[in-house]
Design a protein around this ligand. Structure first.
Ligand SMILES: [Zn+2]
Length: 236
């Protein structure tokens, strides 16, 4: 029987086993599956599920960083992933996205997580956005849109699934520039999972070498005792 902290560590290592060394898309899928998201969920619902998983594994306080687009200073800030997840809950307004273009009204399908799988081969984000749009337009996609139309479609999709893009208003401490930093939830969560898993493996390695304990034995140690042994062997 594991303590809550030990159980979280087991979950992090299990997630790392499933996703380490995989391509970005498969890694995202592994995280979304662990978060309990379904392929039919909206991208915002997927983000909310990832954030809830993050809160369960690491607590609500979330240290993030973004680079100032003007002076390139690395800005660190803290978010609350539990509060953030609540804010991304699927919108009550379930009407499909609609945009009036050239006098006719266009109805789109809201992108779902399953749509992202088809974008893995896209060479850049502009191509990915075009492919995603084509999927969401379905049969009504022969039209080539000008930038104004694309902007309005994007704004409408964002209105219908506001949780699809998670952004923070930041002030650069160095040059004072204010900007919207977009955080990609899955890669940010993966970076945390990877760092935590690697820390666990290093601790297992240090104690296994010193005391001859198995991985399971090291992982089963209460955290305070593990930290004490790590200090004794000079590994922390
Ligand atoms: Zn700056």
């Amino acid at each position: 029987m594991y303590s809550a902290a030990a159980q979280r560590e087991q979950d992090i290592l299990a997630l790392w086993d499933r996703a380490a060394g995989r391509a970005r898309r498969q890694r995202d899928d592994a995280l979304l599956t662990a978060a309990g998201a379904a392929a039919t969920d909206s991208i915002g619902a997927g983000n909310a599920a990832l954030l809830s998983l993050r809160t369960r594994l690491f607590g609500a306080s979330w240290r993030l960083r973004a680079v100032c687009p003007i002076c390139h200073t690395d800005c660190e800030f803290t978010a609350d992933s539990a509060v953030l997840a609540d804010g991304l809950a699927p919108p009550v307004d379930a009407t499909p996205p609609r945009v009036a273009i050239s006098g006719s009204e266009l109805t789109l399908r809201l992108p779902a997580l399953s749509d992202l799988a088809g974008l893995a081969a896209a060479s850049d984000s502009a191509t990915a956005a075009r492919l995603l749009l084509a999927r969401c337009l379905g049969e009504a996609s022969p039209i080539t849109f000008d930038q104004d139309a694309l902007d309005r479609i994007e704004a409408e999709l964002e209105r219908c699934d506001p949780g699809a893009v998670v952004a923070f208003t930041l002030d650069c401490p160095d040059c004072g520039h204010t900007w919207q930093a977009v955080i990609d939830i899955a890669p940010a969560l993966w970076a945390e999972v990877q760092a935590a898993a690697e820390r666990s493996l290093l601790e297992v390695d240090a104690l296994a070498r010193e005391y001859g304990w198995s991985e399971a034995e090291v992982l089963a140690l209460p955290h305070a005792r593990r930290a004490a042994y790590l200090q004794l062997v000079g590994a922390s």
